[in-house]
Design a protein around this ligand. Structure first.
Ligand code: SAM
Ligand code: GLN
Length: 269
């Protein structure tokens, strides 16, 4: 007789102790996202069908996913997908995993006039450029990155999503001309200790920017554009506002993230 399959509930419970012991912050959520991916269902289905059996092949995939998560590999690299605003992006270790706070950069750019030319500097997975094009098809969006690997991922996402965005491998904005720049540049201080998930798996070229984390932003503020929306770290809003005013931006607004911390600065001139 065939052995009774593990139930959804038992599979989730069995992952809690190892994931908690590994120091994962949200072991229950991680287990649910990983089991849903292994089974090809969504999380609400798991909650409603907790007594259902997990088919053998899916159970084995789930065990492998949990093993990877115990090594602190981020959930999005394991599933290969990350939701950002209204789109899903394919992600792997060549790109930073898009963060919720970066959605505010897109939101700020929704106010741009019809047909404006926008550059997403340091596009990574293509998150900002593609979400913006998705919500504002009238905008002329080009995305840059120094990393050819990142641009491969971003181009793949543009094709998957059927979005027309230009991609250019260059430092900052290169010789492109635009009305606006939007960016989540590297802004972490050299030597800052990051969570193992980030430090061990995400590309360091996407994170670190010199002793005070402002090396890239100091160069970005000299861009010849009328509008600049930048993500940055906690405590960087004051020096960035000074840099922007020094570069001739006359209006500077700060946007707080979901935790109430100033994380995006928007400047006009
Ligand atoms: N925009 C993506 C997001 O928000 O998920 C990725 C942001 S990641 C923090 C920064 C990105 O900038 C990385 O993909 C990195 O390769 C790129 N980058 C770093 N220095 C750069 C430079 N000088 N010019 C262009 N891109 C750069
Ligand atoms: N928010 C990221 C982190 O602290 C940093 C992203 C960045 O440097 N742009 O892990």
């Amino acid at each position: 007789m065939a052995r009774a399959a593990t139930s959804v509930r038992d599979a989730l419970d069995s992952a809690l102790i190892p994931l908690t012991a590994a120091g994962c912050e949200n072991p229950r959520l991680d287990a649910e996202v990983l089991l849903a991916a292994a089974m090809g269902v969504d999380r609400p289905w798991l909650i409603v069908n907790s007594r259902e059996g997990v088919p053998g092949p899916a159970a084995r995939v789930f065990m492998d996913f949990v093993r990877r998560r115990r090594e602190r590999e981020p959930v999005a690299y394991i599933t290969g997908i990350k939701g950002f605003r209204h789109i899903d992006l394919a992600v792997d270790r060549r790109v930073l995993i898009p963060r919720p706070e970066t959605e505010f950069v897109v939101e700020a750019a929704l106010k741009l006039p019809q047909g404006a030319r926008v550059i997403d500097v340091g596009t990574g997975s293509g998150a900002i450029a593609l979400a913006l094009k998705h919500e504002r098809p009238d905008l002329d969006v080009v995305a840059t990155d120094v990393s050819a690997d990142a641009l491969d991922v971003a181009r793949h996402n543009a094709l998957r999503l059927g979005l027309r965005v230009g991609f250019v491998q260059t430092d900052l904005w290169g010789d492109l001309e635009a009305d606006a720049i939007v960016s989540n540049p590297p802004y972490v201080e050299a030597g800052e200790r990051l969570m193992p998930d980030v430090a061990l798996f995400e590309p360091h070229g996407a994170l670190f920017a010199g002793a005070d984390g402002l090396d890239v932003i100091r160069r970005l503020v000299s861009a010849p554009v009328r509008f600049l929306a930048l993500e940055h770290g906690q405590g960087q809003a004051d020096p960035i506002e000074a840099l922007l005013r020094g570069a001739g931006f006359t209006t500077v607004d700060r946007i707080r993230d979901l935790a109430g911390i100033e994380r995006v600065t928007v400047a006009h001139r």
